[in-house]
Design a protein around this ligand. Structure first.
Ligand SMILES: Cc1ncc(COP(=O)(O)O)c(C=O)c1O
Length: 325
């Protein structure tokens, strides 16, 4: 019931460090793990500690609007860098802003397109960061749920120069209302992050941290991930099959290899915003892909989440979506 440590509840930090080492090849000691209220706070703290107003930061184009918001609140200048089939185009980033101070990136499962960054691009990015002294803010928000292909290790695990801030969350793997996540920071930044956290909202609820630490230590967390991976695989298959049956002439599915969402590209000329609004009226949540771009894209699309939707709802939802389109 008393005040807790700004860095987080020690048994939870230990459990997270052990889990990240085994599952994500993150190299860290528990002392480098700080518990947050989710990725959003991890991003906010990173911006506050590492970046000054008007400094340039690369962001993925398209990219996660939440990250852009956090970075913009810190007053930094966003430099959109395109994402292609290999992930962030590092060479283009260098062309646009070689001396940027940081980059925000989702290399394991790019949000929203679902691309996995190739090894070549990872090495290029690390090399650029090392040479220019830039920070890499790695958001590994849903990498637990790889549904096909081999698991991909974190960028943090490849970093030999302490340039990567690794951000994770329990929002996807558990549930968003828990509001628990973490940042893994280089050793010499632990105190600065801890001070920033203390000044913001002191610390995360000890009760939830203690319950989660037990949940992980007693093996429930690992079992939960295994069970949910099977469930999401079934739901992903149901969604892809239903789109193929009912909307193959209108929607092209991309990025369905991992996570809990996929992108369905629309034919040129159709407005994803208009379709999304129409779908919302019919009780379907389908975020417009264009909302993840800083400039309007040539092709629109819909971001379709399937984590909380069973096969029957998916079938019914796609039938209604077809009417909207
Ligand atoms: C790319 C990305 N990062 C992080 C999150 C989760 O944020 P938080 O941990 O603040 O709930 C999401 C949720 O949709 C996301 O898409």
């Amino acid at each position: 019931m008393a005040y807790g440590d700004a860095k987080g509840y020690v048994p939870l930090r230990e459990a997270i460090a052990e889990y990240l080492g085994a599952a994500r090849a993150v190299r860290c000691e528990p002392s480098q793990v700080l518990v947050t209220t989710g990725s959003q706070q991890g991003l906010q703290l990173s911006a506050q500690v590492l970046l000054d107003a008007n400094e340039q930061v690369w962001v993925e184009e398209p990219g996660y609007p939440g990250a852009r918001q956090a970075l913009m609140m810190a007053g930094v200048k966003l430099v959109p860098v395109p994402v292609d089939h290999e992930g962030l185009d590092v060479a283009e980033g260098i062309r646009r802003a070689r001396s940027a101070h940081g980059v925000y990136i989702t290399p394991s499962h790019q949000y929203p397109l679902g691309v996995t960054m190739t090894a070549t691009r990872r090495m290029l990015l690390l090399h650029w960061a090392m040479r220019s002294g830039a920070w890499i803010i790695e958001d590994d928000y849903d990498s637990e749920y790889r549904l096909g292909g081999r698991p991909i290790a974190s960028l943090q695990g490849l970093d030999t120069d302490a340039r990567v801030i690794y951000i994770g969350t329990f929002s996807k793997v558990m549930f968003p209302a828990l509001r628990l996540g973490y940042v893994v920071v280089p050793k010499d930044l632990v105190e600065a992050f801890s001070t920033a956290r203390d000044a913001t909202d002191q610390f995360s609820s000890t009760l939830y941290q203690a319950a989660l630490a037990d949940f992980i230590r007693e093996g429930h967390f690992a079992r939960h991930i295994r069970r949910m991976r099977m469930l999401y695989l079934q739901r992903r298959t149901a969604l892809v099959d239903t789109i193929r049956q009912q909307l193959s002439n209108k929607l092209t599915v991309i990025g369905a290899e991992a996570g809990m969402h996929l992108v369905a590209l629309l034919p040129r000329g159709l407005s994803d915003v208009a379709i999304s609004l129409r779908a919302a009226e019919m009780g379907i949540s389908a975020m417009p892909l264009s909302s993840c771009y800083t400039k309007p894209p040539l092709v629109g699309g819909l971001i379709l989440g399937y984590g909380g939707t069973d096969a029957r709802q998916i079938h019914d939802g796609i039938r209604r979506l077809a009417m909207c389109i």
